[in-house]
Structures are given as structure tokens and as C-alpha cells.
Design a binder for this molecule. Structure first.
Ligand code: FMN
Length: 231
């Protein structure tokens, strides 16, 4: 079970330095951690000590005034020290820099620069879309290990093939690799391993194929689909 303390969810707002509440649940890092730790302890009391219970939070908020690696390293220590079984690390995905919604529509948090860092896509900068959460995850893991804390670290964000996954594990960036869109694009990928047979005529994993296809110039005939815009 993973408690969601990341992205645009409520607990991430409590953890953020932008949380200036004065009721004991905001302001200092210790007070910002209070509610997430209370929730963890309450859930732990329900599920017991032999139930795998982790939490997902941000290595960096990627917004002005938002949490940095300094904050998240402190949160990692606190969660690991409290007995959280795994730390699942995300990055960005905030409301604060979301695109202005159309009249009558709600803001969607994954539409601004921090949203890009959460779900990096095929349109990227020079750094590219892959593994943008790796460096902060590696840093947190190294600091925890240096302090004798062995809590497994899950890294996610733009992990897209077995070679990359294996190298993340082998080089000590993380203990577990999380993937979303790779799994959506090719649900059998996990079962078949790096030597899996390619689909007929396919020379690269499906997800890379999709990314490649979608990085082609936009087709004018795909601009509008129904009432929305093709993306
Ligand atoms: C359709 C979709 C739904 C998602 N839902 C969640 C969610 O419920 N909880 C969560 O922590 N992350 C969610 N994410 C973010 C992913 O966990 C992940 O951080 C992000 O997609 C980057 O990883 P990827 O490059 O492997 O897709 C979602 C992503 C996608 C594409």
C-alpha cells in the first residue's frame, strides 16, 4: 500500500514550504511533516507491522518557492525512521504552475513546467525525457544508506527499457523501478524480459516506438479530434 504524499495531492501541499499554516501543521519542516506522519501512523495501526506500507512523495516540487532536495532528504529520513517500508519518489506535478484552464474548466496540475517534470514527454529540452528523477533519487538513497537506513527506494519518471532499469538498480540509484506509461503501452513487457520477442517488424520496444512516432512533426489531419486537441 502506498500513501500518496506527492504531486498535486493534499499531503504534498502539507509537506511543501509553501504551506504557511500556523496551527502546528505548517511552517517548519517538522510541522509540515506532522499530518503525513500522523496519517502514516494511523494507517500502520490499522494494517499492522507485517503489511508493506510505503509512501510516495516528491524529491523536488519544481515550482517557485517549492520543496527542494534539502526538504525531501529530511522527509526521507523522517519517513524511514518512522518505519515506512518503502519510499516511492516522484517529482513535480503541481497546481501552482498549471496552465490557465479554459472558462468553466478546472485547472489540471500536470500542464505546467512541474507537470512536465512529473510526466516528461516526447517533446523535451536538450536533457531529454528519460530519467529526470534519477539524480535526486540516487542522492536520497545514498544519504539514507550512509546513515544506516535501509528503506528501499522506488524511482519513477521516464524509465522506458530494461537496460535503463537494470543500470539504475546496478548503479545504486534505486532499489525498485516504477513505470507508468511503459506499462500502459506494453503490459506484457514485465513478464518477458529484455530478450522478449519483438512484435512482427518491430525492432525497438513498443514504448520507444511510440515515443519516436509521436516526436514526428504534428500531422494537420490530427489537430482536432472531437472537441479536443490532439496531443
Ligand atoms: C494515466 C496516468 C495516470 C497516473 N496516475 C498516477 C497516480 O494515480 N498516482 C501516481 O502516483 N502517479 C500517477 N501517474 C504518474 C506516474 O506514476 C509516473 O510518475 C509518471 O507517469 C512518470 O513515469 P513514466 O514516465 O513511467 O510514465 C500517472 C501517470 C499517467 C500517465
Amino acid at each position: 500500500m502506498e500513501l500518496h504524499y506527492a504531486d498535486a495531492y493534499t499531503m504534498a501541499s502539507f509537506l511543501s514550504p509553501l504551506n504557511t499554516r500556523t496551527d502546528g501543521y505548517g511552517g517548519s519542516a517538522e510541522d509540515r511533516l506532522r499530518l503525513p506522519l500522523e496519517v502514516y501512523q494511523r494507517v500502520r495501526a490499522e494494517v499492522g507491522s507485517d503489511f508493506a506500507l510505503g509512501c510516495r512523495f516528491l524529491t523536488e516540487e519544481c515550482i517557485d518557492g517549492g520543496g527542494s532536495l534539502v526538504d525531501s532528504t529530511g522527509f526521507s529520513r523522517a519517513f524511514a525512521g518512522a518505519g515506512v517500508d518503502f519510499l516511492s519518489l516522484s517529482r513535480g506535478g503541481k497546481f501552482e504552475d498549471a496552465a490557465q484552464p479554459k472558462v468553466g474548466e478546472a485547472a489540471y496540475p500536470y500542464t505546467g513546467p512541474s507537470g512536465y517534470e512529473c510526466m516528461p514527454s516526447y517533446y523535451s529540452d536538450a536533457r531529454g525525457p528519460f530519467g529526470r528523477n534519477v539524480a535526486p533519487a540516487r542522492s536520497i538513497r545514498q544519504i539514507l544508506r550512509a546513515q544506516g537506513l535501509e528503506t528501499p527506494i522506488v524511482v519513477s519518471g521516464g524509465v522506458h527499457n530494461f537496460e535503463q532499469s537494470e543500470s539504475l538498480l546496478a548503479s545504486g540509484a534505486a532499489d525498485i523501478v516504477g513505470l507508468a506509461r511503459q506499462a500502459l503501452a506494453d503490459p506484457d513487457w514485465f513478464c518477458q524480459g529484455p530478450s522478449r520477442p519483438r512484435r512482427a517488424g518491430q525492432s525497438v520496444p513498443l514504448y520507444e516506438l511510440l515515443r519516436g512516432a509521436r516526436s514526428a512533426p504534428p500531422r494537420s489531419d490530427l489537430r482536432t479530434l472531437g472537441s479536443g486537441t490532439a496531443r
